[in-house]
Every structure is written in C-alpha cells, then in structure tokens.
Design a protein around this ligand. Structure first.
Ligand code: NZQ
Ligand code: ZN
Length: 392
C-alpha cells in the first residue's frame, strides 16, 4: 500500500427523521444567511422543501432560494447562485437534492469567495481553495458528492463537462435519510447503482498489488449494489434497499476505498463526461454502457488476475482458468446492468457514430501533454474511439 492521510471530515446524519437536526447543524457551522439550492421540483413533490423552509423560518434563519438546477448541472446556474450569495451577503450554502444540485452548490460555495468566474475551477485556471460552509440533504444515492470534494459542471457554450476537486468543497455535514430516495424512479435508481459501482471499479482496477484493505472493502460494496440495486428498482419503497444503496454511495466515493492506492483510473468517467456534455445523457447510464466495453478492452495477460479476483470475490465464479473467470465476470457485469433495465448500447440512447471521433479527442484532454488517460491501462485517442465504437 502507498502512504496516505486519512481525513474524511464530513459529519453524516444518517436515517429517518434526521432532517429535524438541519437548523442546529447550519448554526453550528456559523450559518445565519443561507442559499437554499435545489433542482426541478422533486423536493417539493416529496414534502422536503416544505420541511426545510418551515424549519429555517421557525429558527429565524434568513434564506434565499436558487431552484431549477438541471441534471448535468450548468455553470450558468452556479453563476446565478454566486450572484445571489454576493448580493445578499449569504454565509452558508444548503443543497437539497441529487448530485447535480450538490455539485452546483459546491461551485457556488467556492465561487462566492472568488473574484473571477467560477468556470475557472473547471477549465484549470484556478482552484477553489476556499468556500462558504456547505451542507447537504441528499435525495438520490449515486455520486458520493455528499462526502467528497468533487464537483462536476457542464458548460453549454463549449459543450464541455469537467470535474474539479478541493478539500474546501467537502460538505460540512450531509443528512442522508433514505426515505427521501423512495420517490426516485427506476431509471435514476438503476443509473445511480451503476454510478456507485463505477466509482468502485475506477479505484479497484489498479496495478498495485497487496492493497487488500481497500480492495476487499471495494468488493463488499460491489456486492451490496448487486444485492440491493435490483430490489430498489423493483420495490422502490423497500427502506433497507434504499438505505444500503445510500450508504454504499457515500463510501464508494468519499476517498476511503482509494486510501493506500494510486488515485484511481477514471478513464470511463472521463469518456462518459463527453457523452453527457454533448448529448445530456444521464451519467450512470453512460457509465453502464461503457464499463463492460472498457473492461474487455483493457483486459490483458498481465492484469488478468485482477479480473479473476473480481470474478471470484464479487460474482462467486470459482470454476475455470483465470482467463475464463475474467471473461465471465465481464459478461456478468453487462448482464447485471441490463437486468436493471439500462439500455446497453449508445444507439439506444440516441448516440450514433457522428461525433465519436470528437468525443475521443476531447476525452484525453485531462491527460494533459501525455495525450492519454487511465492508470490501469493508458488510453490514447484511438483506444477511446475503439471503446466508443464497441459501445454503439
Ligand atoms: O431536479 P429534480 O426535480 O430534483 O429531479 C432529479 C433529476 O431529474 C431527480 N431526483 C433527485 N432526487 C429525487 C429525484 N426524483 C424523485 N425523487 C427524488 N428523491 O433525479 C434526476 C437526476 O438527478 P441528479 O442530481 O442529476 O442525479 P445524480 O445524483 O445521479 O447526479 C448526477 C451528477 O453528478 C455528477 C454527474 O456527472 C452528474 O452531473 N457526478 C458527481 C460526482 C461527485 N461530485 O463526486 C461524481 C460522479 O462521478 C458524477 O460525475
Ligand atoms: Zn460517477
């Protein structure tokens, strides 16, 4: 294992009724003037908006609202939120919703203490080294944004979608009440499960050996998704399924299963962000389509044991050679995503060959001068184009 610092400071309030602690938590982190950020209205349908607003009013906490944050959140929403914070001298940002709402809130929290344009955090011009304190009430199990310092934003003018990372963007607290995820439809429940699993794969598939603690934890979390994803899709009101997915989502990307490892591969994520940037595709759907194709493409004799570990420990495939187990585990991955009702080809989600070349070229930008992304196996533009073609 490599050296690491363990410091995952977000306070988590997990379970039914935890929203009643909201005002106390906001005040404990110095919040008196809040920007309440949410999406297209799902929080109103489930009564959460009302619960939040009445508590803020009852506790005498001043607030302004920013609504309408879209899935694949746009930088224009964040700019509006920054303006509201600066004009009203707000001192706390509260996100209520899914990962898109929270990522937008993080960008606003950073942008409120920055003199330039908040897109600078995403195009590499600046880092969000300081931010207003931020809290979250999550309503969808997927991104892990509730415990990490990542934000991913889209820019419609450039058709770009980029991540940024800063410790300053970690939420001070996150309220995770699985009850609020019961209204998530089958499409987003399946996509969320695929996203959680992809975060685990991105960190699990590395060339380091003897990283048993993070890898065995990762396998356990994958098994949780495989067990509870289908239950949540078929029985949306199953609390235990929703609760297990919600906590798995946080642990998959709060940096815990990456400690002692090499930072992760992330090639599938970088390729998917190009699909979402141009076609506004749901993130988890793109990941589910790309992942089995990426697995087949990167599988080589020198990494076959990693895939065999995955097959034996996650899918319980014990018979056959390492190569047999590796290929079977990839087939299992594909079948699992398909069983959740996810369309498993790009054409089914409206993407044809027209812009594959452009997306392959854009996907390698985060590799900088090397012209390649991924750690488990380096991928240059022709490799990515091949993976995209196999995904059609
Ligand atoms: O906008 P509303 O009306 O709230 O509806 C949302 C949206 O349409 C709906 N929804 C959310 N909670 C609901 C609900 N509908 C009914 N009941 C509820 N309780 O679901 C739709 C999708 O919401 P969104 O927030 O977009 O989903 P998700 O949480 O999957 O977030 C996806 C975004 O996060 C980014 C993705 O790229 C994508 O932009 N990611 C963020 C990461 C991070 N910050 O760590 C890492 C990830 O890899 C990912 O890239
Ligand atoms: Zn993701």
């Amino acid at each position: 294992m490599l050296n690491f610092v363990y410091h995952i400071p977000t306070k988590v309030l997990f379970g039914k009724g935890q929203v009643s602690n909201l005002a106390r938590e906001i005040k404990s982190f110095g919040g008196n003037r809040v920007l309440l950020v949410y999406g297209g209205g799902s929080i109103k349908k489930i009564g959460l908006h009302n619960a939040v607003v009445s508590q803020l009013n009852a506790e005498g906490i001043f607030f302004k609202e920013l609504s309408g944050v879209q899935p694949n959140p746009r930088i224009t929403s964040a700019r509006e939120g920054v303006r509201l914070c600066k004009e009203n001298k707000l001192d706390f940002v509260l996100a209520v919703g899914g990962g898109s709402t929270l990522d937008c809130a993080k960008t606003i929290a950073g942008g409120a203490l920055y003199d330039g344009d908040c897109w600078d955090f995403f195009c590499g011009k600046a880092a969000a080294t300081q931010a207003l304190p931020l809290g979250a009430i999550m309503t969808l199990a997927a991104t892990g944004s509730e415990m990490n310092g990542f934000s991913v934003m889209s820019n419609d003018e450039m058709l770009d979608k980029f991540p940024t990372y800063s410790e300053a963007l970690r939420p001070k607290f996150s309220i995770l009440d699985p009850t609020y995820t019961i209204s998530v439809n089958a499409h987003h429940t399946a996509a969320g499960t695929a996203d959680i699993m992809s975060h685990i794969f991105e960190q699990y598939f590395s060339n380091l050996t003897a990283s048993d603690v993070p890898d065995r934890l990762a396998e356990a979390l994958l098994k949780v998704c495989i067990k509870y994803g289908p239950i949540a899709v078929k029985e949306p009101e199953n609390y235990e399924a929703r609760a297990n997915l919600m906590w798995a989502s946080s642990l998959a990307l709060n940096t815990m299963i990456g400690l002692g490892k090499d930072g992760g591969d992330w090639a599938v994520h970088f390729i998917e962000h190009e699909l979402s940037a141009i076609y506004d595709l749901t993130h988890g759907i793109g990941l589910a389509i790309l992942t089995p194709r990426w697995m087949e493409y990167v599988l080589r004799n020198d990494n076959i044991e990693k895939f065999a570990d995955y097959g034996r420990n996650v899918w319980n495939i014990q018979e056959g050679s390492a190569s047999d187990i590796a290929h079977k585990s990839i087939a299992k991955t594909y079948e699992f995503f398909a069983s959740l009702g996810i369309p498993m080809n790009l054409r089914e989600v409206g993407i044809d060959e027209l812009r594959l070349e452009e997306m392959a070229a854009k996907a390698v930008r985060l590799g900088g001068a090397t012209g390649a992304i991924g750690l488990f196996r380096r991928l240059a533009k022709p490799d990515i184009l091949e993976i995209l073609k196999k995904s059609l």
